[in-house]
Design a protein around this ligand. Structure first.
Ligand code: AGP
Length: 605
């Protein structure tokens, strides 16, 4: 999850690097540093634990100008949070920053007799020493030798003492994007650091070496033959990557959901049906498969859980969802007849990428649902459906969840139609129902004060329980994760019918229980479950549809969503669950957008 920025050009490099690191703060980090060539062509290095603002203060003492440098925000994997462990790392003539994990750094430490020479506890410093060992004036040869020795994942940016103005980059799994702009040459771990300078960029291909100088960018393969970069146009503008006046990215992104759904759904509608022609996703993908297996992490996995609850009864084929970090080490029952759906907002989550690669190795056809254009998972999948949510900066995923569900629902609808489980009319009315969810979301966003008021009770407790049945159970998983990750309240999601098999022992007076009861076929059962927890003194927050019949006083707080088709209640319910978490975090004065221990994209295992 580290952030990388590199610059070479006519402008003041320190300023560009520090601004770039500020753009990358959302990735989550615990320390930051820069290194740059000064006017005497010596490399100067400043790094500090803590926020980028701490680094900026330290750099304010640096009077020299600079036109070439690299910067890094570190999310600790190996070694504690210390100045020494922060990047960049120096070894001999090499200065290096790294995003990823070198799995064999212990054996490299022994092989290159680095014991006693290392000043940090990091795998990255070992890589710097190994690279310096091979460096005798030719960066390409030395980098190639390094790549032949390291095992694991990396995004490296490197400078050599005797090559002022030059930056070298190379990647494996970890992301690196680069661009030559009017301001000079730039390289970064993701687009938010490039957007202020350019809309055109390229992804550094794995195994290729990119060289940045003040006047051009060159790309070479491992045989040092030139490679033409594949230029892509970014479909975001800087404005959409900023807060637009909202106090936090998360609240901005909650508000953006209706628009994000429209941008994801409407371009894929033709004659009232889902149409993936422009995505180059053929109907054969949906007619030929005998089962669907989804793999993802966190919120993306919860989107898969909700979609599964809808898809399996509709399509009448096995639909399963795996936690990617488990799936990747299993021997799954998938084959060439399986459609593997890989869900990821960032398209860089390493466990999800590994799950994709495993699914492909078993012969499954792979369809990725990804928000970031050109990301690794998108590029390695057989087919990709991009969600058009725009940049999601807050660590807590909100609009990505909604658009992932919208994409999955459209896939379910198209599959049902081409597999003759839906008539044209049924498919069209399903899609209409999906679109009706958008004004329902807008209504819940307008009523956000309801959630602001209800968290007062919630934040006085260490624990909270979410419960539901069917689709509502799938939604409750996401509600629990949201609350946990940004308010640090220990929340658990439970299938309501399961509570009495043990967990109800934890229900004591005033313990908050968020009960989701939007599915009419199990509504009376849900109300019975609410009575069970109420009888034990729980503080019940009940979420139902507008006209649900509920005894007054049954719930301590009752929030009603517009009366839409049961299948689509996830969209307004998601807004409620996100706002509950958001206001709980605010109420506890926590860092909503960058919660402790978390990062936006988990690119390390
Ligand atoms: C969600 O709020 C979390 N930030 C996290 O669970 C996230 O959904 C997960 O890491 C998957 O990320 P991805 O969608 O980018 O693969």
């Amino acid at each position: 999850m580290c952030g990388i920025i590199g610059y070479s050009g006519p402008l003041e490099a320190k300023k560009i690097l520090l601004e770039g690191l500020s753009q990358l703060e959302y990735r989550g980090y615990d320390s930051a540093g820069i290194a740059y060539f000064d006017t005497a062509s010596d490399i100067r290095l400043i790094k500090r634990t803590g926020k980028v603002s701490v680094l900026k203060e330290a750099c304010a003492q640096e009077k020299t100008t600079s036109h070439c440098g690299i910067g890094h925000t570190r999310w600790a994997t190996h070694g504690g949070v210390t100045d020494a462990n922060a990047h960049p790392h120096r070894a001999g003539k090499v200065t290096l920053i790294h995003n990823g994990i070198i799995e064999n750094y212990h054996s490299l430490t022994k092989e290159f007799s680095l014991e006693g020479k290392l000043i940090s506890q990091t795998d990255s410093e070992v890589a710097a020493h190994v690279l310096n060992h091979f460096y005798s004036g030719d960066p390409g040869t030395a980098i190639k030798s390094l790549l032949e020795r390291v095992e694991g994942t990396y995004g490296f940016c490197i400078m050599f003492d005797d090559r002022p103005g030059e930056i070298y980059g190379v990647r494996k799994v970890s992301p690196l994007v680069a661009a030559y702009t009017r301001s000079g040459a730039l390289i970064a771990s993701d687009l938010t650091a490039l957007i202020p300078y350019t809309r055109k960029y390229f992804v550094v291909p794995e195994g290729c070496i990119v060289k940045l100088t003040g006047y051009k960018i060159s790309l070479f393969d491992t045989g040092f033959s030139p490679v033409t970069p594949e230029i892509t146009e970014v479909n975001w503008n800087m404005d959409s990557a900023m807060k637009n006046g909202f106090p936090h990215f998360m609240l901005k992104e909650i508000h953006e959901q209706p628009e994000a759904l429209k941008n994801t759904i409407l371009p894929r509608m033709s004659k009232g049906l889902p149409d993936f022609t422009d995505d180059a996703v053929p109907d054969s993908l949906f007619t030929d498969c005998r089962s669907i297996h989804m793999a993802a992490c966190g919120t993306a996995m919860h989107a898969g859980m909700a979609a599964r609850a809808l898809m399996e009864p509709l399509l009448r084929i096995p639909v399963s969802v795996s936690i990617a970090s488990e799936f990747r080490y299993e021997d799954p029952l998938i084959d060439e007849h399986t459609l593997a759906v890989i869900i990821s907002q960032s398209g860089e989550t390493i466990d999800t990428l590994a799950a994709l690669r495993l699914a492909k190795s078993y012969g499954a056809k792979t369809l990725a649902i990804v928000n970031v254009k050109g990301s690794t998972i998108a590029r390695e999948s057989d087919f990709v459906l991009y969600t058009h949510a725009g940049p999601e900066i807050a660590v807590a995923s909100t609009k990505a969840y909604s658009v992932q569900l919208a994409a999955l629902y459209m896939i379910a609808c198209r599959m049902a139609f081409v597999r003759e489980k839906f008539t044209r009319h049924q498919a069209s009315s399903f899609l209409t129902g999906l679109l009706d969810a958008i004004p329902a979301m807008e209504a819940m966003i307008r009523r956000k004060e309801e959630e602001k008021n209800l968290v007062t009770h919630l934040i006085q407790h260490r624990d909270a329980f979410f419960m539901g049945r069917g689709l509502d159970y799938a939604f409750s998983l996401e509600g629990a994760l949201k609350l946990k990750e940004i308010s640090y309240i220990h929340a658990e999601a439970y299938a309501a019918g399961e509570l009495k098999h043990g967990t109800i022992a934890l229900i004591a007076p005033e313990v908050p229980v968020i009960a989701i009861a939007t599915q009419e076929h199990v509504f009376s059962k849900m109300i019975s479950n609410v009575r069970e927890v109420k009888a034990r003194g729980a503080f019940v927050i009940l979420l139902t549809k507008e006209h649900a019949q509920v005894d007054p006083g049954l719930a301590d707080i009752h929030i009603r969503i517009p009366d839409i088709d049961d299948r689509f209640t996830v969209f307004p319910i998601a807004v409620i669950l996100q706002l509950i978490a958001y206001y709980a975090s605010i109420g506890k004065n926590l860092d909503v957008d960058q919660p402790r221990n978390l990062a936006k994209s988990v690119t390390v295992e």
